[in-house]
Each structure stands twice: as C-alpha cells, then as structure tokens.
Write a protein that binds this ligand. Structure first.
Ligand code: AKB
Length: 316
C-alpha cells in the first residue's frame, strides 16, 4: 500500500492534489504537510507542520508514517523569488535536495517534483517551444527549476531513484489562491469578475503565456506518477501543454459570460518575467510516453470557474 507525503500541501496545487490523492489512495494514506497549518477542522486526513529545510523533522515524518512516495511541492514562485533571491535559492534547492536525499536514504518508491516553463529564457523558441529548446532562464525561479531538473535526472541516473517531473505552465483554479507567481493574474481576474469589479492587470494586453486549468494539472500529475516506470523516458522534466492565451483573450472569454467586465493594463516588473517565457509549449513527448492530453480550453475553463467560484466562496 502506498503511503504518500505531500509538501506544500496548502499551496494552490497542493490543496487540490492532496484532495485527489486522498480520493484515490484513501484519506489516511495521504499525509499533507506545509509550513502553514490549515484552519482547524478543514483537513480530511493526516497533516503535519513541516519546513522542508528542517531535514530532521522531515525524516521523522517519513519514518512515523512509513512514507513510500513524496510529492514535493513546497517552493517560492517566480514573482516572489525575484523579491527574495536568497530565500528562493535556499528553499527551492535545499528543499529539493533534502527530498531527494531522504527519498534515496529510505529507498522510497517514487518522488514527484514540479518544474516550470520558467526553465526557458528569451532565447528559447517562443511558440510551441519544444522539450529540447534552449534553457537559459533569466529569472531566479527559472534558474532554481533548471538546476532542480538536473538534480532529478542525476539522482535517477546515479541512484536509480524514480523521480518524475512536469514543467507546469501557469495553473488556474478557483479553490485556492496562488501566491507570488507571474501567471497568477489569470486566477485573480476571475475573482474580480465574479465580484463585479474591474481588473487591473500587471501584464500587457498581448502578453501570451502557456496556461492550464487545475483539473488538467492534477490529471497530468496523477497520470505521470501512475505510468509504468519504463515509459518515463525523460528524467529531467516533461513539457506539458494545454492552453495559451493573453490577458486580452482571457478578458474576452470572461466578457462572453459577463459582457460589462472591464480590464485595465498597468504592466509592472512581472511583465519582464512573462516576456522571458514561451508563448506556448509543444508536449509531444508527454503525449507519446504517458498519453497526456488536456480536457479544457479557455472558454470551457472560464464557464466552469465563473459558475463554480461564487458557490465555492459561499461554502468557505
Ligand atoms: C509562476 O508564475 O511563477 C508559476 C510558474 C509558471 O511556474 N505559475
């Protein structure tokens, strides 16, 4: 029986991935952990406060619950990382190395670690960026993700550790708020739209970025982790793609449902981060190796979020 530990379980992805893994493996077999403790009574399974830089506590939790798999999600995202480069390097790198070392020491079955489209820099092919395009990131977050990918590949080659990874695009969901990413405007915009307010966008109207609806991101993660080991040809991290849109296009998609919704453009430092990333991604390898295929396009995602967000906000 698999016993799973998720770090960063209170984050945007962690929250929804924890719920899905508990649905699949049973509540008691999925241990959530985060530096921030959830509100009392909101957890559906075991939860531990954990700073992934505290390797002794990390090891103690693995031992106590007899963990067999780790989903290591705790990290600083791109915009926050630019504001605190030392912490970004420390948390993103040491957190990953603690995870890989402990997984190796305890001979764990599998590890999942999220990389990002941020591994690409301005010299990568802009449209339908291939898996093997130049990786010369110009953000500290991208540098940590690129180094992390190389560490994952190293631990697989050197120690046979079964580490699997996805280069996530911007993730969009309505069940929890993201923190400190460049693509997060595409989450905030829906909150303003349902509140009947105008949205001030920190990116330019035509700044295209690769994006993905949260249920596709959770599906991709579970499918990658459940795929047979011999199908995982890429041990750094897989490109995955779903949707690509600009702030102007997401605003138009919202206006199909809320015609008087307004967007105002006030680009800030995050525009430089966005401009250094691809517009869209090619994910041939993920489609070939573990049959990846997304379910949501922009309009389907927009209608679902606009319908579900008010109901969800009432419940919490
Ligand atoms: C961010 O904007 O930092 C993240 C990412 C693309 O990895 N959502």
């Amino acid at each position: 029986m698999s016993k799973i530990l998720i770090t960063g379980a209170n984050g945007q992805l962690g929250n929804e991935l924890t719920a899905e893994l508990r649905r699949i493996f049973g509540n008691e077999n999925v241990v959530g952990s985060d530096i921030n403790v959830p509100a009392p009574g909101t957890e559906s399974g075991p939860f531990e406060k954990l700073d992934v830089l505290d390797i002794h506590r990390y090891e103690e939790i693995i031992d106590r619950y007899q963990i067999t798999q780790i989903y290591h999600l705790a990290a600083l995202l791109s915009a926050n990382a630019e504001k605190n480069i030392d912490l970004a390097w420390k948390l993103n790198m040491e957190g990953l190395l603690n995870t890989l070392n402990l997984a190796n020491k305890k001979s764990l079955e599998k590890v999942f670690w999220p990389s990002s489209i941020a591994v690409f820099g301005p010299d990568a092919q802009k449209k339908r960026t291939p898996q093997q395009s130049a990786c010369n990131p110009t953000t500290v977050y991208g540098i940590t993700k690129l180094a992390g990918e190389q560490w994952c590949a190293y631990y697989y080659k050197k120690f046979g550790l079964d580490v699997r990874s996805i280069r996530y695009p911007g993730l969009i969901g309505y069940k929890s708020m993201p923190g400190g990413g460049t693509t997060d405007y595409a989450v905030d915009i829906y909150h303003k739209a349902v509140a009947g307010e105008a949205f001030t966008c920190f990116l330019e109207e035509d700044s295209a970025l690769p994006m993905m609806y949260m249920s596709d991101a959770v599906k991709a993660t579970v499918e990658l982790m459940e795929a047979p080991k011999d199908k995982i040809a890429i041990r750094s991290s897989y490109n995955v793609s779903a949707i690509s849109f600009t702030p102007g296009e997401i605003a138009s998609s919202i206006q199909k449902n809320i015609p008087d919704f307004k967007i105002i453009y006030k680009p800030d430092y995050r525009q430089d981060i966005a401009s250094s990333w691809p517009d869209s991604i090619s994910d041939e390898e993920a489609r070939r190796d573990w049959k990846w295929s997304p379910d949501y396009d922009l309009d389907r995602m927009t209608s679902e979020i606009l319908q579900e967000l008010p109901r969800f906000s009432e419940k919490v």
